[in-house]
Structure formats: structure tokens, C-alpha cells
Design a protein around this ligand. Structure first.
Ligand SMILES: NC(=O)c1ccc[n+]([C@@H]2O[C@H](COP(=O)([O-])OP(=O)(O)OC[C@H]3O[C@@H](n4cnc5c(N)ncnc54)[C@H](O)[C@@H]3O)[C@@H](O)[C@H]2O)c1
Ligand SMILES: [Zn+2]
Length: 350
């Protein structure tokens, strides 16, 4: 097991390794006196892993509870979030108990938001079971649910007490869900570490997963340590996301997050190359990387549809929006666009 320490408003460890699902209880016991722990998970992950986690919690002296919701982004709503809160209340969970988010980013974001708000905030830990959640969403303390109007529009910053990534769980992921994690991994290389990005191109990440998760977590942790509340540098993690979220929304959330981000990185970089923000040649490398990891490189939506969806993004403030572009591979910056410039930008992206 390897551990990366995240420095935030409250520091927490991220444990990465093999066989860690069976050690959740013991690892949690080291950091809390809680007696009860509510495992929040989705229907798919419940069948695969909830028993093992429950047993591990029991062996460490916890009383586990299990709260399940239907798998998929379309569950990431106020209504499912409300059901989780009602479950916690009906079972008399108190602030001295804790929540364990077992699953992908949807589970982590939603269980984290329930933890942030139930009785004004209770402890939770993240146990990611997707490559995406282990490499990105479980670290950094952003929690959220979607609204009809757009992605992640309601949420809170609420750091977990601990993250436990068992990389063995990726073995049961459908290939397209694995690819979602590859998209955020490529993103980390593109914005912060050119040699990581080039290694992802040269050697299939399946052969070095724990190392890749570790590098992802280190990159994210360093950004979060500097700017936990996204006033500046943390915005760079949104590379590909303004247009990615627009694609997700246009598809009625049928295009999964990582696939949408992969398309978003292509679109934003094509526009940025055409408009002189990004040097020529970067787009070609991103296209190659997406193909390598079976990620899409285009979508069928019109500039108008994308613009409409992007205008509701929360990266927008007043009459402008911050879009992240690459100055080179491994170095990103935000550019501030007026809504008129965004229109020109989206047209140049297609
Ligand atoms: N909070 C953040 O900082 C942050 C960062 C990136 C993404 N996100 C959010 O994360 C979400 C996407 O996360 P995701 O891709 O993990 O989605 P997800 O949680 O929906 O998981 C994808 C699918 O894989 C299934 N699954 C999970 N683990 C499995 C396993 N080990 N074996 C087999 N199937 C498994 C799930 O049941 C689900 O059907 C989006 O909502 C996105 O907005 C949040
Ligand atoms: Zn993302």
C-alpha cells in the first residue's frame, strides 16, 4: 500500500494498493471512534463489493448500514440525495457516526454531499471503485448533484477523512467505464506533467495502474493544496470540462462524464489552436491519445446546441466564462471569454 497525504483545510491520507477493500474497516478504525458506518453505494457496486466492505467494517467493530441507489449519472439528482438523507435520519445516524462512499464518482459526489449537509456535516470516507473516481473525483473534497439546468450545480466543498483506492476493483469495470478514467488521467498529464502524458501514450496504463493512480492523486493533491476552493489554479483541472459538460447535457447524460471530457479536450484545443492560444500540433497528440484509449474524438451537436448548454455552466461568472487552454503539453492557463467570444470559440471548435 502506498499513501499520498492531501493538504487541505483538513489533511487526509489517500491509500492506494491491492486488496484494500478487506482493510477498509481497519484503516477507518485508525482514524475514528465511530460505531456505526453507513455504506452508500449503487446497485451494481453493491452486488460486487458491498459484502466484503461490510465484513471488513464488522471485523473492525463497526455496525454497518447499507444505503443503495440505482447505478448511473441519471441518479445524481436532488431526489436521490434526499433519499440518502432520509435513510440516514430514519436510521438515527448521528454526527459521531460516519459515511463510506463505495463506488464511482456518482456515488462519491452524492454521498459526499449528503455527508456535507446531514446534520450540518458528518465524517465520510471515499472508497472509489472506478479508475475515474480513484484518479480524480474521490480526491479534492468537491461534492455535488446535478440539476436539470446543468451538471454539479448544487454541492459543497467537504473533504473526506480518508480515501482508500483498491486498484483490484478496476478489473470488473466495463471497458468504456475504464476509458472514462483514462480521460481524466490524460487530462492530468496534459495540464501538469508532459512526461506522464507521454508515458500514457507509450505504455498502456493497464500495465501500471497503481502508479498511474498515484501520479493522478499527486497532481490533484498539489493543485488542491494550493487552491482548495477553486479561486485560481484549481480551475485548470476543468480543462475540457466546459464543453465536456455541454456534451453531457446535450446527450441527456447518456454520454458518460469521461467520454464527454475526452471530446471537450479535443474541441477546446481545436478552437484554441485556430484562435492562437495553443501551438499547432497539440491537438494531434490529444486525438492520438483518445484513440489509444478508445475515447471519442467528436460529437454530433451543433455549435448552437453546445453554446446553449455551456452558457449554463458554473464556470460562467456574469457575462464572461473562464476556459482552460494548453500553452503546451503539460502547461495550462485560463482565458477569460465574453459570451460573444465564447460563441466564436465554440464555432472554431467544430
Ligand atoms: N468531485 C469531483 O472532483 C469530480 C471529478 C471528476 C468527476 N466527477 C463526477 O464523477 C462522475 C463520474 O464518475 P464515474 O465515471 O466513476 O461514474 P459512476 O459512479 O456512475 O460509475 C460508472 C459505472 O460503473 C459502475 N461501477 C463502478 N465501479 C465498478 C466496478 N468496480 N466494477 C463494475 N462496475 C462498476 C457504476 O455502477 C456505474 O454504472 C460524474 O458525475 C462526474 O461529474 C466528480
Ligand atoms: Zn471531470
Amino acid at each position: 500500500m502506498e499513501t499520498v497525504q492531501v493538504q487541505a483545510s483538513r489533511d487526509y491520507p489517500v491509500h492506494i494498493g491491492s486488496g484494500l477493500l478487506d482493510r477498509c474497516g481497519e484503516l477507518l478504525r485508525n482514524i475514528t471512534d465511530s460505531r456505526r458506518c453507513c455504506v452508500v453505494t449503487d446497485t451494481t457496486v453493491r452486488k460486487l463489493y458491498a459484502d466484503r466492505v461490510g465484513r471488513s467494517l464488522q471485523d473492525a467493530g463497526f455496525t454497518p448500514l447499507l444505503c443503495t441507489f440505482p447505478a448511473g449519472e441519471r441518479s445524481k439528482t436532488l431526489s436521490t440525495y434526499g433519499e440518502i438523507l432520509e435513510f440516514l435520519a430514519a436510521n438515527h445516524l448521528t454526527r459521531s457516526d460516519c459515511i463510506l462512499a463505495l463506488g464511482g464518482g456518482v456515488t462519491g459526489d452524492m454521498a459526499g454531499f449528503a455527508a456535507a449537509t446531514y446534520q450540518r456535516g458528518i465524517d465520510y470516507i471515499q472508497v472509489p471503485t472506478t479508475f475515474l473516481a480513484a484518479s480524480d473525483s474521490s480526491v479534492g473534497g468537491k461534492t455535488a448533484v446535478d440539476l436539470e439546468a446543468g451538471k454539479n450545480l448544487v454541492g459543497a466543498f467537504w473533504p473526506p477523512r480518508m480515501v482508500v483506492c483498491d486498484c483490484d476493483t478496476f478489473a470488473t469495470l466495463p471497458p468504456e467505464t475504464f476509458a472514462d478514467g483514462a480521460a481524466e488521467t490524460l487530462k492530468h498529464g496534459l495540464i501538469a506533467d508532459a512526461s506522464f502524458f507521454r508515458r500514457l501514450l507509450a505504455e498502456n496504463v493497464h500495465g501500471w495502474l497503481p502508479q498511474a493512480v498515484r501520479r493522478n492523486v499527486e497532481i490533484k493533491a498539489s493543485v488542491v493544496a494550493e487552491d482548495e476552493y477553486e479561486r485560481g489554479r484549481r480551475k485548470l483541472l476543468n480543462f475540457g470540462h466546459t464543453l465536456g459538460h455541454a456534451v453531457e447535457r446535450c446527450s441527456g447524460y447518456r454520454v458518460p462524464h469521461g467520454h464527454a471530457v475526452a471530446i471537450g479536450m479535443v474541441l477546446v484545443t481545436r478552437a484554441a489552436e485556430r484562435l492562437g492560444h495553443t501551438p499547432a500540433g497539440v491537438l494531434e497528440e490529444i486525438l492520438e491519445a483518445n484513440r489509444r484509449y478508445d475515447l471519442p474524438t467528436a460529437c454530433d451537436y451543433s455549435a448552437e446546441e453546445l453554446l446553449d448548454a455551456a452558457a449554463g455552466d458554473k464556470k460562467r461568472s456574469g457575462d464572461h466564462i473562464d476556459v482552460v487552454v494548453l500553452r503546451e503539453i503539460g502547461r495550462a492557463e485560463t482565458v477569460r471569454l465574453t459570451m460573444a467570444e465564447l460563441k466564436e470559440f465554440v464555432e472554431a471548435a467544430l
